[in-house]
Ligand binder design. Structure first.
Ligand code: DQA
Length: 144
């Protein structure tokens, strides 16, 4: 099965960006960990990052056409994007929202997500491990 893992704005800076909040793991580290887990679970991983909302929308649409599941860390667009909400709703594939940090322990503007209502579930606060947990969760729902 094919799984898209999409990452939103500023996540390309992981490793050097606010390490106290996001850890020292880079996005490349997360990608290689996801590929390893994907191999174990027999999942084909398509891993991407963009700082551009419309590109993320295009990729969610693409995932809806070709993939069996979606893992997305929409980053700041989590809290702003109706377009990403609509794209996930329309894609009609099981979607897991991931955040490295525990957004509920942070500023109030991070407490609302446009993505959660269209996600199967949400994993936040476990750093890069959240991506692994999301892959494991997805593997149980796409292969009943
Ligand atoms: C984030 C949390 C968001 O609030 C923030 O805008 C990010 C990263 C996380 O992974 O913890 O860019 O999605």
């Amino acid at each position: 099965a094919s799984i898209y893992i999409l990452n939103g704005p500023n996540l390309n800076r992981l490793g050097t960006r606010e390490p106290a909040t996001y850890g020292k793991t880079t996005l490349a580290d997360i990608e290689s960990m996801c590929r390893d887990v994907g191999e174990d679970l027999d999942l084909d991983i398509e891993f991407r990052q963009s700082n551009v909302e419309g590109i993320l929308v295009d990729w969610i649409q693409e995932a809806g056409d070709v993939a069996q599941g979606l893992i997305i860390n929409p980053a700041a667009y989590t809290h702003t994007s109706v377009a990403i909400h609509d794209a996930i709703r329309t894609a009609e594939i099981p979607t897991i929202e991931v955040h490295l940090s525990n957004v509920f322990a942070r500023e109030a503007f991070r407490h609302h997500s446009y993505v959660s209502p269209v996600a199967l579930g949400v994993i936040c606060g476990f750093g890069a491990t959240g991506y692994r947990l999301a892959l494991e969760a997805l593997s149980t729902v796409i292969r009943p």
